[in-house]
Design a protein. Structure first.
Length: 456
């Protein structure tokens, strides 16, 4: 096909192998084993060739740009100079760690790094997004323990220069498999903070304990997304000398103040622009303490009756009877909107007046705070993980579990004049731009990988 196109010929092909990719939008593709469809494709090709005299030169240029011997040689040299990194993560469902990994891979310098992703619990909600980035994804379901050997085999085939594992189970299992596969340059990733025995699975606590013991031998470096999480894990026995902090980053071209998005979301919620709107964006999980937030909402509504509340996240919808009952018990049913998991989080953030994070334990670096602040939305959050560091002096921080303090914090923000609110909004966005911009995060990860390559 490419040889014919190099001669300027328009092609009609069946969709097998990379045929469609080679032809692109300069030819016609038909399903295999469908003669009538192929005949139609040939007819369209002849008609287009007759109507577009310059088409042959465009077809030839397309092949030269993509498939010439010179281009193949350039790509080969690029591949020889690339660092191969195997990213091993516990799973690919929606979560902070998974989202951060996606953002990192989306921007990683492909001229220098060749990524592979391995999920240890099969495919998840985010798998299609990862696949769209165009590099290999492998799902190995370790719920079947014999698949541990499949992980070792996969790593031996990849021959990674670096193995970067994400989350506890991947840190432990991935690092051991990497050693069996003769990969020695291993990086771990800490994405959690408090490991309260009443709220963390025994199996997870055992894995963390093993990781603490093995941290002196298995990884070359340990990357934490939060200073608070790093300190907690060092106290648990993680090797302090190997730990570094790389905070999460945010794309300010995506998360930004947006008047049109604000209007659209508020129209969906049947609210005008002047109605105070408070949001909590988090999956339904005891860690996120939605019930505690409802208590705070009741206190806020008593003081500012026009206030409305929106809950966003997986498991947050009309089918959640526990939440519905808790809201009804406070006579707040007409003030709450439960809209489930959404793809348009930047628009939802832009529609808010205050973003709340009322997590009770386990947070390391709540991404939603940075996302809201980048949209110019002030935040009120509990002092969990690095929340206080993220928010700084652009919002309010309260003690974990203190619903009254949270309500007072939100009301203090509401009490600001319009001018002071605008100043606070700009300071929030400026803080993210200065300290947590996505490009800076990616550069710090890339620098870490370069250091690993140079390490003995």
């Amino acid at each position: 096909i490419a040889e014919s196109m190099a001669c300027g010929a328009i092609c009609a092909v069946t969709d097998v192998g990379d045929s469609a990719k080679i032809v692109g939008d300069l030819g016609f593709v038909a399903p295999p084993r469908e003669p009538e469809a192929l005949a139609k494709a040939i007819e369209n090709a002849l008609e287009r060739s007759k109507n577009e005299p310059e088409l042959g030169e465009r077809i030839r240029s397309s092949v030269i740009d993509r498939f010439s011997l010179e281009r193949m040689a350039d790509r080969t040299l690029e591949a020889l100079n690339q660092t191969t990194i195997a990213f091993i993560i516990t799973g690919l469902n929606v979560g902070g760690a998974e989202t951060t990994l996606y953002k990192l891979l989306e921007r990683l310098d492909r001229r220098r790094f060749r990524p592979y992703v391995i999920s240890l619990t099969g495919n998840g909600d985010l798998t299609p997004k990862f696949e769209a980035l165009g590099f290999p994804i492998r799902a190995i379901n370790l719920r079947n323990p014999f698949n541990f050997f499949a992980l070792i085999i996969a790593l031996r085939r990849i021959k990674p220069d670096i193995v970067h594992t994400w989350m506890y189970h991947a840190d432990l299992i991935g690092a051991i498999a990497a050693r069996f596969a003769s990969a020695k340059k291993i990086a771990w990733c800490i994405r959690n903070s408090n490991l309260d025995k009443d709220k963390t699975k025994l199996s997870t606590r055992l894995v963390v304990k093993l990781c603490a013991t093995l941290s002196k031998r298995l990884p070359k470096t340990i990357i934490s997304c939060s200073a608070a999480a790093a300190t907690i894990h060092e106290e648990l026995g993680y090797d302090r000398s190997k730990t570094r902090v790389i905070p999460n980053g945010f794309d300010l071209s995506v998360f930004k103040p947006d008047i049109a998005a604000r209007a659209k979301i508020r129209k969906e919620l049947a609210l005008d622009d002047q109605t105070p709107l408070i949001g909590l964006i988090a999956r339904y999980d005891p860690q996120k303490n939605h019930i505690g937030f409802i208590e705070a909402a009741a206190l806020i509504a008593k003081r500012v009756s026009r206030t409305r509340f929106v809950l966003v996240g997986k498991g947050i919808d009309g089918a959640n009877e526990t939440l519905a009952e808790a809201i009804a018990a406070k006579n707040l049913t007409d003030k709450f909107s439960l809209i489930g998991a959404r793809e348009d989080i930047p628009a939802i953030c832009a529609a808010l007046d205050v973003l709340v994070s009322f997590s009770s334990y386990g947070e390391a670096f709540p991404n939603v705070l940075g996302e809201a602040m980048a949209c110019g939305v002030p935040c009120a959050a509990t002092d969990a993980g690095d929340s206080a560091y993220i928010v700084g002096d652009t919002g309010k921080i309260v003690e974990i579990g203190d619903a009254r303090a949270l309500a007072d914090a939100v009301l203090e923000i509401f009490a600001l004049s319009k001018k002071d609110r605008r100043v606070l909004s700009q300071r929030a966005r400026d803080r993210i731009e200065k300290n947590f911009e996505i490009g800076d995060m990616v550069k710090r990860y890339e620098a870490c990988y370069e250091e690993l390559l140079c390490a003995a």
